[in-house]
Design a protein around this ligand. Structure first.
Ligand code: UT7
Length: 336
């Protein structure tokens, strides 16, 4: 017995990117007093000079909507034609229904398929890989992938290990069909033996059952995550390049998760990326925005370097879980 259908012979690609940066710029000087730190220490250890903190109006959904509308406009595709919306986030403040369902209603297509994924800083790359496979299999024609965070809601401003690093923002890409291969195979996996290295605790149950427990906040064993990212992610990145049929000499850009400038530099060095490969360093003014960082950095890089439209970029996300995913994708063409 066989089923009577054929998988379409089609590839996928990123058609456009859009992003939203919260209006409030927060310099290191605003953060340092509460954590006994200094502008110099933060710049040296993380490369961060400033970041954006969302105002109360700049909700997860408001930021996602702004980034998504820009991506749709740039692609010239109406929301009514989008079949599915995948939202990567760990900071949408409701467990259910998903943030993606609130977003599709706001965007005016409440009938699209919609779901959230919880893969922290790897969430955008997980979403992009799924969107690509949905399109290539013929399940969807257009998929909107959104990475969004309001990490300030879950960061303790007095915690020396996280207060200076995490920030807010949103980015979105529209993925659609293409004759040429535009999104390479995803290389993904986990190191769940280290899943305690980044946590958002306590759980709702613990809060309910204990008088002392309060609002959940992120805690991070910074050095453990740093070492894992630097040593384990370079081979993953190289495998993604190889699976896309490229080499470091034919790659055009490197847009990793913007966790820490030292991690970005160490990965580029470990991969022996030639000087000519453009490297996204948005972390300097965006901080670490987890699932939002790659599309935010992509949009920023394309506005600095419009010649990179249509060129290849290695994307790699890594974080809480510990989970990771990476792929090479063609950057979107110049907006219509
Ligand atoms: O996005 C999800 C994935 N996350 C990441 O990839 C983040 C990975 N980790 C990191 O980026 C880095 O670990 C941090 C930027 C978070 C921290 O940098 P570090 O170089 O690992 O600092 P450390 O924790 O090893 O601390 C070094 C020193 C310590 O002092 P001693 O023991 O050497 O005297 C700390 O007490 O710096 C001190 N320190 C600080 N000083 C000023 C720790 N935090 C601070 C601070 N300000 N905020």
């Amino acid at each position: 017995m066989t089923l009577n259908f054929r998988t379409p012979n089609q590839e996928s690609r990123i058609l456009s990117v859009g992003s939203y940066r919260p209006s409030r710029i927060v310099a290191n000087s605003e953060i340092v007093d509460r954590i006994e730190s200094s502008d110099e220490w933060i710049r040296e250890r993380s490369g961060i000079e400033s970041r954006r903190f969302a105002t109360s109006e700049e909700t997860v959904i408001a930021m996602s909507k702004a980034a998504s509308e820009l991506a749709l406009k740039r692609a010239g595709v109406p929301m009514s034609e989008v079949d599915a919306v995948i939202m990567a986030t760990v900071s949408y403040p409701y467990q259910t229904p998903s943030g993606a369902t609130e977003l599709i209603r706001e965007l005016g297509n409440p009938r699209a398929a919609a779901f959230d994924i919880s893969a922290a800083c790897a969430g955008f790359c997980y979403g992009l890989g799924m969107a690509s496979d949905l399109i290539r299999a013929g399940t969807a024609k257009y998929v909107l992938v959104v990475g969004v965070e309001r990490l300030t809601d879950f960061t303790d401003p007095d915690d020396r290990g996280t207060a200076f690093i995490f920030a807010d923002g949103a980015g979105a890409v529209l993925v659609g069909p293409s004759r040429e291969s535009g999104i390479g195979p995803m290389v993904w996996g986990s190191d769940a033996t280290n899943r305690e290295a980044i946590t958002l605790e306590p759980s709702w149950i613990e809060i309910r059952d204990s008088a002392e427990m309060s609002w959940p906040e992120i805690s991070m064993a910074g050095q453990t995550v740093f070492r894992w990212a630097v040593y384990e992610m370079a081979p993953v990145a190289l495998e993604a390049i190889q699976k896309a049929g490229l080499t470091v000499d034919t790659l055009d850009a490197f847009i990793p998760h913007q966790a820490n400038l030292r991690i970005i530099d160490a990965l580029a060095k470990a991969m022996k990326l030639p000087e000519r490969v453009a490297i996204a360093k948005d972390v300097r003014t965006a901080g670490n925005t987890s699932a939002a960082s790659i599309p935010l950095a992509m949009d920023a890089l394309l506005s600095e370097r419009p010649d990179l439209h249509g060129k290849s970029a290695l994307l790699i996300g890594f974080g809480a879980g510990l989970v990771y995913a990476g792929q090479v994708a063609l950057l979107p063409p110049e907006p219509k």
